[in-house]
Design a protein around this ligand. Structure first.
Ligand SMILES: NC(=O)c1ccc[n+]([C@@H]2O[C@H](COP(=O)([O-])OP(=O)(O)OC[C@H]3O[C@@H](n4cnc5c(N)ncnc54)[C@H](OP(=O)(O)O)[C@@H]3O)[C@@H](O)[C@H]2O)c1
Length: 250
């Protein structure tokens, strides 16, 4: 594998840490972002043991101007070949609450949608100017369903999916590949907070191995585990009124 500079946000845990390990090979430069110092250092030390050169960025991506300034400076210092915008906030609303609080919905929107969209646009421009690159956005299969248990989460992921597709079309002539990853259930701190059943639950390392292989092939859309691609195709055949009724009972 050729040496590459790879940015991974949300590398301090779950899928992001697993994606970092999956991309850690001798010669790779990994720019690992997160908030939790101890967990981010743990990911970096695991990746260094696998041969990667790791640099960590410890900050809250909800400070959007700071995030953009860091991304721009980082990309000037070490041009990024592959950016994986993975950081995310789960969005389950408690059954006892009537609605999600405006503050929680803002945080979810900023982490899951605003930050990756701003970051991806900044890098798309920079990558295009130097002749190409790859941007990966970690969405969710939730993008396809009006989930009453997580309205803002589902909406941010639906928005991200539309953005990924539109950006991918726009950047094709600039040789910037855009990949959308839509996971089902992956065993992480986020999914452990979901009280509902989690069919086809995968480990983060198993999901990261599949995602990494498909990113390397330049896939535009990745659904993992694959069973959710089949479930989505089948549910797309159902009348929306029926989908709403099923979700309303869930
Ligand atoms: N797990 C699933 O079943 C599942 C399913 C579909 C999609 N996904 C998506 O997969 C991605 C990774 O999720 P995960 O399951 O690995 O969740 P996770 O274990 O909770 O990890 C989330 C990561 O995002 C980072 N993060 C959250 N808010 C941040 C902020 N304000 N600033 C900087 N970093 C922030 C966290 O950093 P700190 O821990 O350092 O705060 C952590 O590294 C998310 O986009 C999620 O929506 C997950």
């Amino acid at each position: 594998m050729s040496a590459k500079t790879i940015l991974i946000t949300g590398a301090s845990g779950g899928l992001g840490a697993a994606l970092a390990r999956a991309h850690a090979h001798t010669g790779a430069v990994l720019l690992l972002w997160g908030r939790d110092e101890v967990r981010l250092a743990q990911t970096a030390s695991e990746c260094r043991a696998l041969g990667a050169d790791c640099r960590t960025g410890l900050f809250d991506i909800r400070d959007l101007d700071d995030m953009l300034a860091r991304l721009s400076a980082q990309d000037i210092e070490t041009p990024i070949d592959l950016a994986i915008f993975n950081a995310g906030l789960g969005g389950s609303v408690s059954k006892d609450a009537i609605a999600e609080t405006p503050q929680k919905s803002r945080a979810t929107a900023e982490v899951n949608f605003v930050a990756p969209v701003m970051g991806a646009n900044l890098l798309a421009e920079a990558m295009a100017r130097r002749g190409g690159g790859q941007i990966v956005l970690i969405g969710s299969i939730a993008e396809s369903y009006p989930l009453p248990m997580a309205p803002t989460y589902a909406a941010t992921k639906a928005g991200l999916a539309m953005f990924a597709e539109a950006l991918g079309i726009r950047m094709a002539r600039h040789k910037v590949r855009v990949t959308l990853v839509s996971p089902g259930f992956i065993d992480t701190a986020m999914s452990r907070q979901v009280p509902q059943a989690k069919p086809f639950l995968m480990t983060a390392d198993a999901a990261a191995a599949i995602i990494t292989r498909k990113i390397a092939r330049g896939a535009r859309r990745i659904v993992v585990p694959w069973q959710f691609a089949v479930i989505r195709a089948a549910s797309n055949l159902l009348p929306r009124v029926l989908v709403r009724a099923i979700l309303g009972r869930a």
